[in-house]
Design a binder for this molecule. Sequence first.
Ligand SMILES: Cc1cc2nc3c(=O)[nH]c(=O)nc-3n(C[C@H](O)[C@H](O)[C@H](O)COP(=O)(O)O)c2cc1C
Length: 318
Amino acid sequence: MNKFVKPLAAGKFTAENNLLLAPMAGITDAPFRIMCLKCGAGIVCAEMVSARGVDMENAKSLRMLKIDKRERPVSMQIFGSSAEDIASAARAAQAAGADIIDINAGCPVKKINKAGAGCVLIKQEKLLAEIVRAAVKAVKIPVTLKTRIGLTEGNFAGDKLAQIAENEGAAALVMHARYASRMHSGPADLDALCKAVFSCKIPVIGNGGVTNLGLANKMFETGVAGVMIGRGALGNPRIFEQIAAGRETPPEPRQKAADYLDIIKENVKFYGEKTGLARARKTTGYWLGGFPDAGALRAEFMKITTLAQAEELFKNII
Ligand SMILES: Cc1cc2nc3c(=O)[nH]c(=O)nc-3n(C[C@H](O)[C@H](O)[C@H](O)COP(=O)(O)O)c2cc1C
């Protein structure tokens, strides 16, 4: 057992444990979220959804709000640049069955930033406060804020951001411990994360660079209430149960391939055969490593057009 892994309370909501799957656009859809919950994640976060898209009833945005009954607890993340849009999208996500609403104030992608959303909100403190306040007022479920330790290297803003989240009624803060200018690379700045933890009373969930038990425990030592894992769960969803157990074994290629086949089947059920297989291909490299002929295997999988062919291919390797 891992002494750091325990129930996580965020406002009125309590999750069984404090290991969270990070939101990842194009990746943390319902099939992957279901798998991570089966493998011990305490909360799973959905890929970001455009508040404007939800408000305009855009078909893709509405589909992203779909929640499978097997994937609870789930946090729905929304991004936007206006308090009104965020409030109404938060209501829609609540109606769709979300357990938590998360607001994105950390995404460094240009297209999102140009529209005034994501990490640019870090320097717009007044607007960010309005957005959090509006979401908290709009829904009965807890609202969390996911942001960064600052915009540019060395310009720490974690304390101010923590204050905004707390003052506006957020139930917890998710702090990606990298400056936005770093995108997703480089080590997590655990000193900065620790400063953020001690600048507010609400729970702070740490995120950034956790790919194994040792790194998870190092992050817990900063005083965070929970640890959120992104890329470390790709091709390795069992990371959650391993961190909780306090013992890890290297991912076993045949087990990974079996888990991948489960995801592929769920994808086909969720999206239909063509889109389901296309979605599954985005992460093939993470799942099919470790075999002596992994390159050829991946190339073979890329050619596949039906679930039956995938099952046939996997029959020989699992
Ligand atoms: C492909 C990809 C997509 C991402 N999409 C989102 C997103 O939709 N919303 C968000 O808040 N963060 C997003 N992130 C950031 C992750 O949630 C996380 O903060 C980041 O990957 C750092 O965690 P890690 O080092 O454990 O991967 C994304 C990251 C990646 C790699």
